[in-house]
Design a binder for this molecule. Structure first.
Ligand code: ADP
Ligand code: MG
Length: 412
């Protein structure tokens, strides 16, 4: 086996990489039935996956149905179990409990190299002494694909990742982004019906990341295969995914589209992790068609939940749902209204963020379009308001949130 370029991590912890990416048996090849452009994604079904290590549970009862051709992202802070789950799908890590189905077949007992799944990691893991062309040819040679077909497949996949002009170069003659595109070509050249990517843009700078995100999206659309993508970067998840599974402490907290997660977070963790939010803790009770969050300082209205009173509750409102009272911009009768003083105003080009210190010392953020005209300045007293329906009321265990200080440290 040729040496694998990349860190020791790639060589050991993810030691199945070279095998899985480049090895399979001839009977597993799908050269004939899956051609570029056809919708050939495989559905994936995870049921009750558990992975324990000596003193911790890395993955704690993960179940997820991924339809054929979906782009699903595992998003969560470092250590939340994303890689372990991905490695169980790839076959590099054995689950202690649970089941994985690929295209309707249980694959728990199928070794990684027979799963025919494409894998791309953060570290490019290209063979350093081989040209781009030879790197990409490797999985095909292993599958004993005849030379003429190999040549056309390589040309096709290098064209797909826009690397045709670099076929004769060695990995060290390529930039990080180019190397990652070659790694992607190598993972796709044998026409897998499922592609797994673990933080593939983690080592690249922001501009390149943003460009490659769009490339991944295009390639996903062109191929129609299923993509499972891992990142700790919420913006990346929002840009790329059909659906996002939010991981926390080995569990999936919520699965949904970007809009679901942003507009209807089901837990405080999701509300805090996806985008910015203003959170108010208090007690919950129902009052007619509204839910009420009350604390010593205030009473806020939100959408009604259950009839039962709950001691632990949180009302979440996104910064762009909050308005600052001014001439022509007034709250309705039922709106939540709070008083405070502007702490600072941050200009973000098309938007403006106003940080307000409320009368009880709590801070609240308002995000407005810059087109609404001049806003109040630092030091000015203001009234902020929002409609009850524009907030989310979380109760009980859903309102028990992350340790934010810890989150801030973990998520860069
Ligand atoms: P993520 O990819 O979300 O950052 P991982 O799936 O890599 O998280 O890890 C989840 C948890 O499992 C972490 O607490 C990690 O330390 C632990 N873990 C992962 N691999 C091993 C291992 N080989 N041995 C012991 N603990 C591990
Ligand atoms: Mg990881």
């Amino acid at each position: 086996m040729p040496t694998v370029d990349g860190s020791a991590k790639v060589g050991t912890e993810q030691g199945g990489l070279a095998e899985s990416v480049v090895t399979s048996h001839p009977e597993n090849t799908q050269m004939t039935d899956s051609t570029r452009g056809a919708a050939v994604g495989a559905p994936v079904c995870l049921t009750g996956l558990i992975k324990r290590y000596e003193d911790s549970v890395a993955v704690d009862d993960v179940s997820l149905d991924i339809p054929a051709g979906e782009f699903v992202t595992f998003l969560g802070p470092s250590g939340s179990g994303k890689t372990t789950t991905l490695n169980m799908i790839a076959g590099f890590t054995e689950a202690d409990e649970g089941q994985i189905e690929l295209d309707g077949n249980t694959i728990d007992k199928v070794p990684a190299h027979k799963r025919n799944i494409g894998v791309v990691f953060q570290h490019y893991a290209l063979f350093p002494h081989m040209t781009v062309e030879d790197n990409v040819a490797f999985p095909l040679k292993r599958r004993r694909v005849p030379k003429p077909e190999r040549t056309s497949r390589i040309a096709e996949v290098l064209d797909l990742v826009r690397m045709s002009d670099y076929a004769k170069r060695l990995p060290r003659q390529l930039s990080g982004g180019q190397q990652q595109r070659v790694a992607l070509a190598r993972a796709l050249v044998f026409n897998p019906r499922l592609l797994l990517m673990d933080e593939p843009l983690g080592a690249l700078d922001k501009k390149l990341r943003e460009w490659l995100q769009l490339e991944f999206k295009r390639i996903h659309q062109e191929l129609g295969i299923t993509f499972v993508y891992v990142t700790h970067d919420q913006e990346e998840a929002l840009v790329l995914s059909d659906r996002i599974a939010v991981f926390n402490h080995g569990k999936i907290e919520q699965v949904g589209t970007a809009t679901d997660l942003y507009e209807r977070p089901e837990t405080l963790f999701v509300a805090e992790f996806i985008g910015e939010s203003n959170c108010f803790k208090g007690r919950y009770r129902k009052d007619g068609e509204h839910g009420i969050l009350e604390s010593e300082q205030f009473e806020l209205r939100g959408p009604a939940g259950s009839d039962a009173e709950t001691p632990d509750a949180v009302l979440v409102v996104r910064p762009e749902r909050v308005s600052i009272r001014r001439e022509g911009v007034n709250p309705s009768n039922g709106a939540n209204v709070l008083r405070g003083t502007v702490k600072q105003v941050i200009y973000l080009g098309s938007a403006r963020k106003t940080e307000v210190v409320l009368s009880d010392g709590r801070e609240l953020v308002v995000r407005e379009s810059a087109s609404v005209g001049e806003g109040p300045e630092a030091g000015q007293p203001v009234e902020v308001f929002w409609e009850p329906e524009d907030s989310v009321l979380l109760r009980g265990s859903a309102a028990r949130g992350p340790d934010l200080a810890q989150l801030a440290n973990e998520v860069k």
